[in-house]
Design a protein around this ligand. Sequence first.
Ligand SMILES: *[C@@H]1O[C@H](CO)[C@@H](O)[C@H](O)[C@H]1NC(C)=O
Length: 330
Amino acid sequence: MIHILFAALALGVCGDGSRSGATAALHDSCRDASMSLVQSQASRRGTVAAFLQLGPKPWEERYYYVGAHHKSGTELLRAVMRHAFDTLHAPSSCHYWKPGGKPTPASFITSTDHDAYCFDRLDIPIQWDHSANLQRFAAAKGAAALRELPIRGAHAVRKPKDMLISAYCYHHRGQEYGNGVAPWPEIMSMSPVQGLMALWPAMSGIIQDMLDFYTNTSSDEVFHMRFEEVTSSSQAFDEVVQRLFRFLFAPAVPESDLSRMWQAAKVEDLNSNPTYANAIASSDHANKDDCMQAAQESLLQLDPRVVQRLKDTQEQLGYSIENWPDALRS
Ligand SMILES: *[C@@H]1O[C@H](CO)[C@@H](O)[C@H](O)[C@H]1NC(C)=O
């Protein structure tokens, strides 16, 4: 039964070709598609791959740059994008970890080849940047331009004060021991005020990168995924992820396949069934509410210049500052 459905799909799709003046003879591309349908009929994902064989793949028509910043929703954006690229059977991706630096396990956006360093392999059109900045985006864009391709970016954005608080609670409990943004082991015994101030030098640079990226890229090139929005409810998650995928992949990928990609990404919805094995849960990135609350409450005790900067950058990123410091989203 399923087999028949797939065959019908293949014929329907190949039928498109005949509209553009092809003869009754089976196109090569159609024959290939049928072959591949036979090979992968057991898998729904195979349908997507077979469909895409008929036309250019999205990464043959566009470059993709996926960028995030420490504590801006990195795990979430990367996991959502990996579901998308894996569903499409993307061939490979590169990353912007320092040369010689080894990405942490699971830090990649395609399950197929993903170990190349982007600056060495600017020919790879699917790029993951865990610490996004304009210079790297410009490099990706330049590589795309050389091939006369446009670029599409996905970018994780979050309120700066919540990134700082989240960084404190995350490192305070010993996560990513040795990460240069925090003093080790001191951060683990610092009070919120001490810890937030100790993290400020590094986090302010990260926040500036995020703001520069937000300010100096255009909305037809980059989709900003706001952490507060995508985690606010299951409906919001669905809505944001659908808009994101459509922005990145339509019209090369048809709605039916976009919907399949979105279904695959649903496991990352933080508001959905908490027993889902999602990337955030398995990477231990969720912080304890009591730490987040205590840090939030000590925010106004920080150096007034830091408080002002957190407030200003929040506004410059397009957030309201009406009830500053507004309740955090952990
Ligand atoms: C990008 O935007 C910022 C504002 O955040 C601005 O001050 C800066 O000059 C811009 N940087 C570049 C490289 O264009």
